[in-house]
Design a protein around this ligand. Structure first.
Ligand code: UGA
Length: 434
């Protein structure tokens, strides 16, 4: 039995994963994108992003006839009860969210409407955007519709699990009909559905990402202090995390957050606050701390090797986090650029993200390698920048034989004291005794 007919506009992370998961729940879903190449790929069963489990789920739903991909937005909208807007809102150079794609999509939806639709925005948009969408659609269509803000909280790398088992669903709308339809759509996922107004729903998304980013910058600063006072940040975070008011998640110290969300959304929230003459000092510091944290890798390398000119540095991990090939705002860019500036040579490896990374950063002194071993061979030091499981499975004794000098900068705290015992590594991690 088909539960609901959905058109999902935008096949990025949010659109694709939401569309696929909703179809798995028995809804009839059409995913739409302007990018014909991407749609063609999806129609052939190929997935443009690396996300565990996604390909299999797409096959299951397309085989069952509940999921299809098209560039024909108008036809998809005409056939749908609910239109989900999931197009990108990338940063403009000044940090504000670029709303041109979502406004364009809204205009096209308006032109295609043939009866009542619920239009639910899952894209992350500044407070007030849904109201703008509403008046734009009203200008271009005489059909009735209801707007809702339904922010998405999935993480890359665990996108399907997060979508299928969300901590909460937030539905912000002034329309009773939209509230009922969207509650029915999301009910199979969780009972924890927060019904609220549109502006609060928009704000919940930014506030959530900004808070998580704050937790990360906070623990990174604690880690920096731990290094100076001889404490161990992993124990500190554990001790803090048992307090239910604090919680243990997002307290892993490292080289700072990257990705397509935290950097963009923190900057956007600073801008949103600025527009209403509010100076969001705390969040500005969070961003500044994050920007600087990555360079601790360089500082530690210089402590061990002195001048980095002429050295060869192995880099393991280019993605902003494991289980993804996404390299947007990955800390590895600036770390590698800084090494190049200092005259070092780089041998870099990532299990899945190297192609994406390489297409953005090429230099005669960077060689991209096909294995972790190849990258480490003959290097003066190894820096671990992403905590891929693959790296954790390689015995330190083997790594020691590959490197020219046993210098290890562990940017993600993946090695334990026990593992290091008996090796000759000069070892620097983040916020733990060396
Ligand atoms: C983040 C949020 O976690 C999602 O809830 C949200 O939906 C998403 O942004 C979005 O707005 O679309 P994501 O960027 O996929 O998800 O990845 P996270 O797992 O949150 O990691 C972000 C960055 O923080 C990574 O670079 C990661 O290495 C870093 N991080 C995370 C830490 O340094 N320490 C931690 O304890 C946790």
């Amino acid at each position: 039995m088909i539960r609901m007919k959905l058109a999902v506009i935008g096949t990025g992370y949010v659109g694709l994963v939401s569309g696929v998961c909703f179809s798995d729940l028995g809804n009839d879903v059409t995913c739409v994108d302007h990018a014909a190449g991407k749609i063609h790929m999806l129609q052939q069963g190929e997935v443009p992003i690396y996300e565990p489990g996604l390909k299999e789920l797409i096959k299951k739903s397309t085989d069952a006839g509940r999921l299809r991909f098209t560039t024909d937005l108008a036809a998809a909208v005409r056939n749908a009860d609910v239109v989900i807007l999931a197009v990108g809102t990338p940063s403009l150079p000044n940090g504000e969210a670029n709303l041109s794609y979502i406004m364009e999509a809204a205009r096209e939806i308006a032109g295609a409407m043939n009866g009542f639709k619920v239009i639910a925005t899952k894209s992350t948009v500044p407070v007030g955007t849904n109201e703008k969408l509403e008046s734009l659609i009203r200008q271009h269509s005489s059909h009735s519709f209801a707007i809702a803000s339904v922010p998405e909280f999935l993480r890359e790398g665990s996108a399907i699990r997060d979508t299928m088992n969300p901590d909460r669903i937030v539905i912000g709308t002034e329309s009773q009909q939209a509230r009922e339809l969207l509650t029915a759509l999301h009910q199979p996922l969780t009972d924890r559905i927060l019904l609220t107004d549109v502006r609060s729903a928009e704000m919940i998304k930014y506030a959530s990402n900004a808070f998580l980013a704050t937790k990360i910058s906070f623990i990174n600063e604690i880690a920096n202090i731990c290094e100076k006072v001889g404490a161990d940040v992993t124990r500190v975070a554990e001790g803090m995390g048992y307090d239910k008011r604090i919680g243990s998640s997002f307290l892993k110290a490292g080289i700072g957050y990257g990705g397509s969300c935290f950097p963009k959304d923190t900057e956007a929230l600073i801008q949103i606050a600025g527009h209403v003459d509010y100076d969001f000092k705390l969040l500005k510091s969070v961003v500044e701390v994050n920007r600087d944290q990555r360079f601790n890798v360089i500082r530690k390398l210089e402590t061990i090797l002195g001048d980095l000119s002429g050295t060869t540095i192995a880099i393991w991990g280019l993605a902003f986090k494991p289980e993804t090939d996404d390299v947007r705002d990955a800390p590895a860019y600036e770390i590698m650029a800084s090494l190049i500036e200092r005259g070092a040579k780089i041998k870099a490896y990532d299990p899945v993200a190297a192609d994406n990374f390489q297409s953005n950063l090429k230099h005669s002194r960077i060689s991209y390698c096909l294995s972790a071993q190849e990258a480490a061979l003959g290097a003066d030091a190894l820096c671990v920048l992403t905590e891929w499981r693959e790296f954790q499975l390689i015995p330190l004794a083997a790594i020691q034989t590959w490197l020219k000098k046993p210098n290890l900068i562990d940017g993600r705290n993946i090695y334990s004291e026990e593992e290091l015992a008996g090796t000759e590594f000069v070892y620097y991690s983040v916020g733990r005794p060396n």
